[in-house]
Ligand binder design. Structure first.
Ligand code: EPU
Length: 351
């Protein structure tokens, strides 16, 4: 069986760089290795913790650790998903079908696609994290979400140890949402994700920042590599690089409110930034704008801070604890509620 380390710092395994500890840490590269580790966990856990009976011993599967905030140690087993492989499994006139191991890095997969002229993921360039974590929250950026190129995924069920296939419909993707964050939370481990990528690109350059960046690059007729370069430039300009400063991207979701509420806010704050959710009577408000209006952009408390160029991103300047980041997020929630009467929901998973 794969080696199991004891009392390990999780600092290298979460992009916030929080120094939480795992009682046990191991990696798996196949479903069989996963099964063996889980069965070891269920046999050893009560003994290791001196507990018997009803207590649930936590098992936490980590991908790239780019969407999690540890506020405490994990008194259980942390498993790193290292399932590899990017395989062209099918092809028709219009699409290639590519199956990717959950442990592959998301941006590595994007680069693989760009090199082969497979379109569809260029707008999702440079998103930190792993392929297996991407469907959990339907990652999205600059007008594209993973659901737009998703075919199916395979996931291992804790309940019966069997592998299930989830179609697009089964995943019930929404804005930063899927069944894996809701009704099936903690019930499945994603093993592979299959993408349906168009051979003829349909570019999504409607996002203002992309158009401006392409213009700045002097590109008139962009291809997928140009769009990727533009996205990378925009992200590098606004978002902190987790290799340099701990963060997990947007900490909150952009909240959705009924149109009437948005109109009332607009009357009071004419500059408020919102986007109509087409086909509904709701509007999504730019949470970064509201946080900035609360005077919190660039705010710092100890080593926990609000990023100076993107107020939706919380950062760890080095020695912040997960609790400190969480408390800062609480302060933000309270400020935004007081000023705008809107509740922010965390996008990052808090452990
Ligand atoms: N804004 C401010 N101040 C700020 C930040 C933003 O006024 O400090 C305003 C901007 O001027 C703009 C609007 O808010 O008018 C939207 O800002 P931006 O384009 O930076 O995007 P966002 O809504 O803050 C979302 C995603 C990002 C994604 C970008 C681009 C969420 C929670 N976040 O951010 O995703 O990269 O759009 O599509 O939806 C992530 O999920 O981790 C992430 C980085």
């Amino acid at each position: 069986m794969n080696s199991i380390l004891e009392h390990v710092s999780l600092k290298p395994y979460n992009t916030f760089g929080i120094d939480a500890h795992a009682r046990y840490l191991a990696e798996f590269s196949t479903p069989d290795e996963l099964a063996a580790l889980l069965s070891w966990g269920s046999r050893s856990a009560p003994k290791a913790e001196g507990r018997q009976g009803t207590d649930v011993w936590p098992v936490l599967v980590l991908g790239g650790g780019s969407n999690i905030l540890f506020t405490r140690d994990v008194d259980g087993l942390v498993l790193r998903n290292r399932i590899e492989g990017i395989d062209l499994i099918d092809e028709d006139e219009d699409y290639v079908y590519v199956q990717v191991g959950a442990g592959e890095s998301w941006h590595g997969f994007v680069e693989h696609c760009l090199a082969r002229d497979w379109a569809g993921v260029e707008n999702l360039s440079l998103i930190p994290g792993s392929v297996g974590a991407a469907p959990m929250q339907n990652i999205g950026a600059y007008g594209v979400e993973i659901k737009d190129v998703f075919q199916e995924l395979q996931a291992w069920s804790y309940a019966d140890g069997r592998i299930y296939t989830f179609s697009l419909n089964d995943c019930a993707f929404g804005y930063r949402e899927s069944v894996f964050k809701r009704q099936y939370r903690g019930e499945f481990v994603i093993l592979t994700v299959t993408f349906r990528l168009p051979k003829k690109p349909v570019l999504h350059t409607e996002y203002g920042a992309i158009r401006e960046e392409l213009e700045r690059m002097g590109v008139r007729e962009p291809g997928i590599r140009d769009v990727s370069k533009a996205v990378i430039a925009i992200r590098r300009g606004r978002l902190p690089d987790p290799a340099e400063i701990g963060n997990a991207g947007s900490f909150f979701k952009n909240p959705t409110v009924p149109d009437e509420q948005f109109e009332a806010l607009q009357a009071e704050f004419p500059e408020i930034v919102g986007y109509r959710n087409t086909g509904t009577d709701t509007t999504k408000i730019a949470a970064g704008w509201m946080i900035e209006q609360c005077g919190l952009k660039g705010y710092r408390h100890g080593d926990a801070g609000v990023h100076a160029r993107q107020a939706l991103v919380l950062v760890n300047y080095g020695g912040a604890t997960g609790r400190e980041i969480y408390e800062l997020s609480e302060e933000i929630v309270v400020s935004v509620r007081q000023k705008f009467g809107v509740d922010l929901e965390r996008e990052v998973n808090v452990f």
